[in-house]
Design a protein around this ligand. Sequence first.
Ligand code: IMP
Length: 202
Amino acid sequence: MTNISLFFATNNVHKVEEVTALLPDFFQIRSLESIGCTEDIPENEPTIAGNAIAKAQYVHDKYMVDVFAEDTGLEVDSLDGEPGVYSARYAGPQRDSIANMRLLLQNLGDKKNRNARFRTCMALIKDGQIHLFEGIVEGTISSELSGKEGFGYDPIFVPAGHSKTFAEMSLKEKSQMSHRARALNKLIEFLSKNPDKRNPQI
Ligand code: IMP
C-alpha cells in the first residue's frame, strides 16, 4: 500500500490521540505546527457536516495542503436533537465539558426517553475535491457522570448494548464502536482505494 500522509485540522488533542491510535501503518498524520498553523480553526457553521468542511477548507485554503477535519455532535432525542452542532458551547462560550453535561442532565430531567447518538462528520480535501464520511453510534444518556477516560460527553454516554459509559472504557474499547472510528474507517477505505495522484512516493 502506498503511504499516505495528511494534515488533521483540529486543535483537540483527544481527537488526535483517538485518530492516531486507529491509523494503519500506511497512514500518517502530519503536524499542523510544522506548517505554522497554531491558531484556532473557526467552526461557525449551522450543521455538523458544514463545520467539518469549514475546518478542512480553512487549512486547505490557507496552507495549500491536503487535509481532513471532523466535527462531532451529541444528539438527544428528548431534546429535539440538541445539543447537536452546538455540543461544544451548550452551556456557554467557555466550552466547559462538565458544565455542558450538567446542563444536559438538567434539561433531560426525568424524561423516560434517554436515547441519543454521537454523530461525526469527517471532511477530506484531497486533490482539490471534498469528500464526506459519517460515523454514528447510538446509545443512551446516563443519570449521572461516570468514568474518567475519554473527553467531552463521554461520562454520560452509554453505547447501545453496553452498560458502561464511554468514560469507563479504555480508548481501545471505545474505538471498537465509536462514531469517530466509524467515520475514520470509511475515510481510510476511501484513501486506500484512491492513492495520492500527485505524490505517489509519500
Ligand atoms: P467538536 O467536534 O470539537 O466541535 O466537539 C463538539 C463537542 O462534542 C465538544 O464538547 C466535545 O468535547 C464533544 N465531543 C466530541 N467528540 C466527542 C467524543 O468522542 N466523546 C464525547 N464528547 C465528544
